[in-house]
Design a protein around this ligand. Structure first.
Ligand code: AMP
Ligand code: MG
Length: 421
């Protein structure tokens, strides 16, 4: 690559900034709370009631008046008269008087008069009485009304990502439906005369369209809804037609046809029927060519055709965009510092995203390259759970140096023994 070429390039950061500046969250939709996990809530949740709604027992045991147990000493239990048994879900009928106890189950309402629960292990059950072996302080093993949640309290703030704990809380408050940001519908078009559908054995010169699938999987992975538009031939009219159909989506992705080849028409077509067209040489590897614009206000990403380039470009540009549309504020992958497991040489002037496995050894993270790194080599993505990110100015990085890695996946599922061909 000549320096002249470099001058026309923009950095990954510049491209990202231009792409994200116009990105707005979609509207809200009411969904069943089981559909809401992992999504961003668009409303504050205010508790309509206390949780617990009334004082109840934290243990299986005996409800007592704490003052009555004052005289209990080690080896000298006191005997209480058992006046009723209170099960979880039932209403205690009697009021405790001096020297009385009620047998009580976890979650059962505390009878009137009682102010402590002595757990079963600290008692000895007799016929109609119970021996209490420990002195109970006031409030012992009682869960008080509102101790978890108070009526009118804001328990979940708008903008939170809902996790299983939030779903449980919503259920506890009786909220079966909740307003979350809509999922973007993402139209995916793969361009190229060489492409055949997945069900076709490729004849000579042809290859299976895999990008539609990897991109659709990436869309699903970040919460979007892929709409498969199939294959577009390298003809302007056909691409115009396909992009017109794609306008009904919230975002359009295409792959291929954005480079400098004779049949790379995507950027021309985007310029003809769309507006605000940016065509960039982004200073990155893999994934140099990238077109970004819109058709009738629908954002369009023209991703490169090479299978790894398409995926890496999706990761860097499309994923943050789709997450922002869904109300997320943490839109970038987590990064951490790992120890580089091999010498790596690279050209300066481009940021590299090297497919790697990150694993834990002792108390450090190790980053190991997943073998051959060609931008058409999908196997490098199959093995990877991270990218080693090397900045534009870096030309060489030694084994043992610290490197920044961008995590794509759970690191603890991989080990250094993972094979990658
Ligand atoms: P292009 O950017 O259109 O020149 O494509 C670059 C390379 O990516 C070529 O080798 C294409 O055959 C390959 N390619 C393009 N689109 C796809 C696709 N949908 N699935 C798999 N490979 C593709
Ligand atoms: Mg092509």
């Amino acid at each position: 690559m000549s320096n002249g070429d470099n001058k026309k390039m923009i950095s990954v950061e510049e491209a990202l900034q231009t792409i994200l500046v116009g990105c707005r969250p979609l509207g809200l939709e009411k969904v069943d709370i089981l559909e809401a996990c992992g999504r961003v809530i668009g409303e504050d949740i205010i508790a309509p009631r206390d949780i617990p709604s009334a004082a109840n027992s934290a243990m299986d045991g005996y409800a007592v008046r704490s003052g009555d147990t004052k005289g209990v000493k080690a080896g000298k239990p006191l005997e209480f008269k058992v006046i009723e048994t209170v099960a979880a879900g039932s209403i205690p009928r009697k009021t405790l008087k001096e020297g009385q106890a009620a047998r009580i189950m976890t979650g059962a309402l505390i009878p009137k008069g009682a102010d402590a629960v002595v757990r079963r292990e600290d008692t000895e059950t007799r016929d109609k009485t119970v021996l209490i072996k420990v002195a109970a302080s006031k409030g012992l093993d009682i869960r008080f009304a509102g101790e978890d949640v108070q009526k009118e309290e804001r328990v979940i703030a708008a903008g939170s990502v809902l996790r299983p704990g939030h779903i449980g809380m919503l259920a506890a408050l009786g909220k079966a439906f909740v307003g979350v940001y809509q999922k973007p519908r993402v139209a995916i078009l793969s361009t190229g005369d060489e492409l055949v559908d997945i069900s076709t054995d490729p004849p000579p010169g042809k290859i299976v369209n895999s990008n539609s699938y990897s991109l659709a999987a990436q869309v699903l992975d970040c919460g979007g809804i892929p709409i498969m538009l199939g294959i577009g031939r390298d003809k302007k009219e056909e691409l115009v037609e396909k992009f017109q159909v794609a306008r009904r989506a919230d975002v359009i992705l295409s792959s291929g046809g954005v480079s400098v080849g004779d049949y790379d028409f995507v950027k021309d077509v985007m310029g003809d029927i769309g507006n605000a067209m940016h065509f960039w040489q982004v200073a990155m590897r893999p994934g140099k060519p990238l077109a970004f614009g819109s058709i009738d206000g629908v954002p369009l990403f023209g991703l490169p055709g090479n299978p790894v380039s398409a995926m890496v470009s999706f990761e860097q540009f499309v994923r943050p965009y789709l997450l922002k549309m869904q109300g997320h504020t943490r839109i970038f992958r987590q990064t951490l510092t790992a120890v580089n497991a091999q010498d790596i040489k690279k050209s300066t002037g481009v940021k590299n995203f090297i497919r790697a496995i990150v694993y834990v050894k002792g108390n450090v993270y190790i980053a190991k390259v997943t073998g051959e790194q060609g931008s058409g080599m999908l196997k490098s993505m199959v093995a990877a759970n991270a990218f080693i990110v090397l900045g534009e100015n870096v030309s060489f990085i030694k084994k043992g140096d610290d490197v920044v890695v961008q995590l794509l996946d759970e690191i603890f599922t991989r080990t250094e023994f993972t094979r990658f061909g």
